[in-house]
Ligand binder design. Sequence first.
Ligand code: FAD
Length: 319
Amino acid sequence: MGKRVFVLAETKDGKLRHVSYEALTVARQVAQGGEVNCVLFGPSSVDFTDEISKYGANKLYIVNDNRVDIYTTDAYVQTVSQLVNEIEPDVILMGHTAIGKDLAPRLAARLKFGLISDCTEVVPDGDNIVFSRPIYAGKAFQKRRFRKGLVFATLRPNNFEALEKPTKTEVVLFEPTIKDLRTIVKEIVKKTAGGGDLSEAKIIVSGGRGVKSTEGFKPLQELADVLGGAVAASRGACDAEFCDYSLQIGQTGKVVTPDLYIACGISGAIQHLAGMSNSKVIVAINKDPEAPIFEIADYGIVGDLFEVVPLLTKDFKKT
Ligand code: FAD
């Protein structure tokens, strides 16, 4: 029997986040001919109606209340709870983004349903759905089978295909009842350091303690610029104050799955691997041939990163 799936889509910097397309694609597979509903928040939601249609949503709810223009847990929990009561979905999906990580457990606790976070695989199996997620810092994968009852899953960004399937989408303006807000965000002030959104970057050039200084990140930034990528770091580099903690990849940092991860002067500690080992192609540059990062790298370059990185930049500039 077809399922009713509800996707919480997200926008960022005037664009629909890529993981929302991925979630809509997974939603169609899980729905198995059932209904795909989607919700968007914020003033520019109407601009994304065509995009949502392209990815097969049958119904798009646009929340018509300026108190959800900027994310706050309070306002979103109240709004989504009301939508869940209206839609009565079997499955709720959203990205394992900063908002997803905050909202999903709150909603699951409030509405008393199961939550499975940071999924890397979702497979419908008859009436059941099997979700896989990495555990023990990526050393193992846990499979969870949901048979009945509502389940909420957050999806690791950049991990699923985003496939178009144009559908006629009904657009519904939703007026939530929002009260007793404990938090009101008046303005978001962007940090100047930190660059783009790492969780959705296709190419990441990452530096470790081997980069040696803030200045040492410059060649990495140049390589990232040439490749159209973003710069990240190990905790070693962040602890040494070479860069901001917002760049940290790993168990206690961000989890990324880019197409290409170039690790420069990073030893490959298990806690770092937890954040990047699912990258599609890993290139390691390290002067120590015994560095553990080479065990998971697809391509390894044994050498001084201050010689190798500028050479790569020079070469990529030609192409
Ligand atoms: P190092 O281990 O010092 O490695 C530096 C590397 O640079 C060496 O391999 C060296 O050979 C190489 N090198 C030096 N100079 C050059 C050069 N000129 N050219 C090329 N190579 C060079 N770490 C994380 O990254 N992310 C996390 O989220 C995280 N969470 C943690 C949570 C806990 C609870 C704990 C205990 C630790 C955590 N760590 C985390 C820390 C982790 O254990 C490592 O200490 C850290 O990842 C090491 O960073 P690094 O590889 O940059 O430094």
